[in-house]
Structure formats: C-alpha cells, structure tokens
Design a binder for this molecule. Sequence first.
Ligand code: ZN
Ligand code: ZN
Length: 298
Amino acid sequence: MPTLETVRALLPFVLEQLRGFSKIHVVTLTFFVVIYVLERAYGETPKRYLSRGFLHDLGYWFWSRSSAQMFLATAGVMYLMTPAFGFLRFDLLAGWNPVARYFVYWVVFDFTSYWVHRWKHSNSWLWAFHSVHHSQENLTFITLTRGHPFETLFGSLIAFFPLVILGAPPAAWLPLALFRTFLEALQHSAIPWRMGPLYRVIVSPVFHSFHHSTNPEHHNRNFGVNLAVWDFLFGTAVDHEPRPAEFGLKETPMPTLASQLFGPFRTIYRSYAEKRSPVTDFAVPDGQLLARPADKAD
Ligand SMILES: [Zn+2]
Ligand SMILES: [Zn+2]
C-alpha cells in the first residue's frame, strides 16, 4: 500500500499531468471536428450522431476525461514509476536518443495492448467488461472512449507496466495517451480509409471496423490498437474484404446505460450461479482463443 509520504511525493506529478491533459482537450476537440468534416466529405450523413448510443459515448467521454478517472489512472501509473517499484526498472534504453526511445516505448506499449486486448476476449470476466465497448451499433470517433470504468482503469495500468520495466519517465505517459487518442478516434470513424499498403502496418478505420462487425467470421480478429502488424504476425487479421455494414452485439445488446454499467456484473454473477460460461456473441472458453489463430489465419 502507498504510504502517506509516497502519496505526498506523487501529488505534484499527478497534478502536472492533469494540467497537461486539460490543455490537450482543445487539440482533441479540433481533431474530432476534422474527422466529422472528412466523414461529410465522403458522403456520410450525420444520422449516427443522433442515436442514443452516441449520447452514451459522450457520457463515457466526459467520465474518461473527468478528473476522477484521469486522477485514478494517472496516479496508478505514476505510483508504478516511483522508487518503491525501482526494483522493476531496468532502464534498458538509458543513453538512447529521445526519438528512438519514444518509438520503442510506443511499439512496446502497442505490443502489450494487442495481447491485453486478446486477453479481454479470451477471459470471460474481462470479456464481460470489454463487451461494453463492442455494444455500440453506431460507431463514431467518440466510441474510442466507450468502455466500462473497470476496464479502462485496468487497461491503462496493465498496458503501461512494460514501460515501467523499460524505465520510461513519467513524462512519457502524456504524449503516448494523446497519440493513441488520435489514432483510436480515427479508427472508429466512418471515413472509408484502408490506408493502401499501410493497411498491414497501421490500424485504419476499415481495419478496426472488422473488430466491431456482427459477422461471426470477423469475431475475435483485428485486435491491434495502433499497429496492425501484430494481427498479421500472429494470424488474427481480416484482410481483402469489404467493410462490414453492421456493428454491435446481436445476442447481448446493451441499449441502456444501466445495462452497460451493471450488465457485466450480472453476466459474471449468472455464470457462477448457473455454473456456465457467460454466453455472449464473442465469448470463447479461456485459453481457446490463444490456441486458435494459427489454424484459422486469414
Ligand atoms: Zn475488442
Ligand atoms: Zn473499438
């Protein structure tokens, strides 16, 4: 448990990070406007922004950008970076130039995110929470923030853990989070970009749309968060197919905010009370997903 002194030492760092976050809100909002204008330029109607799901996503946006969530996530990451966890820090990149170092942080962070994402699909407890992200039927740039508060907190902490081991400074947290926000907002938009040959490198809007598809052929595919290379490397990529038209969960829809926030707990409770795996569109028994891709690679 953090001692009072550790908390006192952490506070200035956390507050500094939060100040940085509030400054970037303006940049982020500008980016959202650019995405919206591009969608209109490609002939998309604003219909999806008039759905109840969009209002829910707005709620997730305000929660995830609220000081409560930011404080918890930032404080958690900062705590992992304190001397208390010094034994975990190997400072493997000491002496590297900053550009190369940040590139390695990004790639390592993304590699971890890919595996954490696969874990969320193969573990029934984690899937119960992650399914909230998949419940959106009208994808928009803001769907990036749709996630059960438990999932977003857990995801931030575990994905940053390898950076702690590498010896990343606390300042690495902000640019990585910002860059990730930009790419993930683009991925959830309706802009029909495949990014040409870069389809196999960067996660494009078309690439990520397969991950949200209702077509069972696309389930548990395209896990990449920023880089698509991991899916091609580990045999979980969907390629050469037209963009799916339907998104969401057919068997376990979550049309209300209450079903999104409390549904995961009910799913877990039922799975134990009734001694069966939680039944959802995507759920696979623990471990099975990790063994599957090699024989079902596209
Ligand atoms: Zn997913
Ligand atoms: Zn998504």
